[in-house]
Design a protein around this ligand. Structure first.
Ligand SMILES: Nc1nc2c(c(=O)[nH]1)N[C@H]1C(S)=C(S)[C@@H](COP(=O)(O)O)O[C@H]1N2
Ligand SMILES: [Mo]
Length: 221
């Protein structure tokens, strides 16, 4: 009798844990979209196992009301809708996100090249710094040359799923080879400038270059 009870408890535990689809290695679905767990022969971390970080919690942005502004040192300031952004040439790549807290994950990101937005807006020659402003008051910046030379994209898909709200819908910057705090989520405005800028974490002591493997704090420089 005791053995049967033990068997029942064990099988219950097994069925509960295997109910977590990502542990079985099978793809999850989100709003009828199916997550992909490999791309170009590379293994992707399931979204359910990816960590998340936000200074003020998840921002919920309405797709219809959303506009992306591109302004500052540009010939023609932009005010793009979600549809206008997703209609631009689409790029996919597998990139690892590394947070300074010590966690990381690898995902497939799909979106639009920052260079293509600059092309549309006519970035001026003297623009050296690009600032990304987010709906939660967060901001960060990167050099224009870094963004262009590395084909950096603004992602609207993650492992082939529309970027979920907690992960930055509609857009997250895929700042490859840079620490997670450069990967701005919920981006609403991009500003081009001719002088350096310190974003939310950079202003609080984090290194403004933020190369993965390089110093995390400014004073270590
Ligand atoms: N708008 C906004 N973007 C943000 C943050 C934030 O708090 N607000 N946190 C950053 C940090 S520190 C990290 S590690 C990454 C985490 O991205 P993820 O939540 O998609 O994993 O988002 C970055 N982008
Ligand atoms: Mo982070």
């Amino acid at each position: 009798m005791k053995l049967i009870l033990l068997f029942l408890i064990i099988s219950l535990i097994i069925s509960i844990t295997s109910g977590c689809v990502s542990e079985r290695g099978e793809p999850d679905t989100y709003n009828n979209e199916t997550e992909n767990l490999s791309y170009e022969g590379k293994t992707l971390t399931p979204i359910a196992q990816q960590r998340n970080n936000a200074i003020r919690g998840t921002q919920y942005i309405d797709r219809e009301d959303y506009r992306l502004q591109v302004n500052g040192l540009v010939e023609k300031p932009l005010n793009l809708t979600y549809e206008e952004i997703t209609a631009l040439p689409q790029v996919s790549k597998v990139v690892e996100l590394n947070c300074v807290e010590g966690w990381s994950f690898t995902a497939k990101w799909t979106g639009v090249r920052v260079a293509d937005l600059f092309g549309e807006s006519g970035a001026m020659k003297n623009a050296t710094t690009v600032i990304f402003y987010s709906a939660d008051g967060y901001s960060t910046s990167l050099d224009r040359d870094y963004l262009l030379e590395n084909d950096i994209i603004l992602a609207y898909r993650l492992n082939d799923i529309t970027l979920p709200p907690d992960r930055g819908f509609p857009l997250q910057l895929v700042a490859e080879d840079k620490y997670g705090y450069k990967w701005a989520k919920w981006i609403v405005r991009i500003e081009l400038r001719d002088s350096p800028y310190r974003g939310y974490w950079e202003e609080r002591g984090y290194n403004n270059t933020a190369d993965v493997g390089g110093p995390e704090l400014e004073r270590e420089k």
